[in-house]
Design a protein around this ligand. Sequence first.
Ligand code: G3P
Ligand code: CA
Length: 235
Amino acid sequence: MAPRPACFAHRGASGHAPENTLAAFKKAIDLGADWIELDVYAVEDRLVVMHDDTLDRTTNGRGAVMRQSINNIRSLDAGNGEKVPFLDEVLDLTCGRIKINIELKGPDTAIPVIRVIEARIAEPVCDYKDFLISSFDRKQLDTARKQCPALPLAPNIKRRPVHWKYITTAIRPAAIHIDMNLATRKLIRQIHSRGWPVHVFTANSLAEIERLVGMGVDGIFTNYPELIPGTKQHQ
Ligand code: G3P
Ligand code: CA
């Protein structure tokens, strides 16, 4: 039997708790996900965990994330009374309990994220293999690779053509993350033949997940970790 795909709790178990909050990450651990996935922006001297570049959809605030003060961001409600967390707070909760996929969403996030990870792996509970840094932004991935040769990286890909030569030589990835709409047996075979695991985002129905499992993908991003075969609450 093929091994089950790894479960990436997308923005935490965001089908059950407000996305990218400590409650969503705790729920992902409780549901037995293998990974949490989260998005970061650098604001002032902090790494803020949030998906959109504005506050409007996920908080009771308004306006561009990058134009806020940290004090303002921390005063907001990110849903059910949850605060917008800092990356360090998420790692305090999760390091040693679940693996962590950090998506570099905002500009100038690669270097501060690497600093945070290096501080964590100086502790015995964490290692580079517990982290995976992904991004749609080539510049952030380039910087991350130059700054830290040991760091596992994954380009996020949502459209063709895919620049394999660039990915192979400049990024030297640990895995490839592709949009579900690109997932075909042929593409997954091609990626596997280059020696990389394939993680697919984002599948939230059983039918989508079964299709991806049938194709032999190595990981699936979902808001509902219990839908992935092999997780604790899977039925
Ligand atoms: O990293 C996979 C996935 O999270 C990328 O899309 O828009 O949910 O950040 P998005
Ligand atoms: Ca993301």
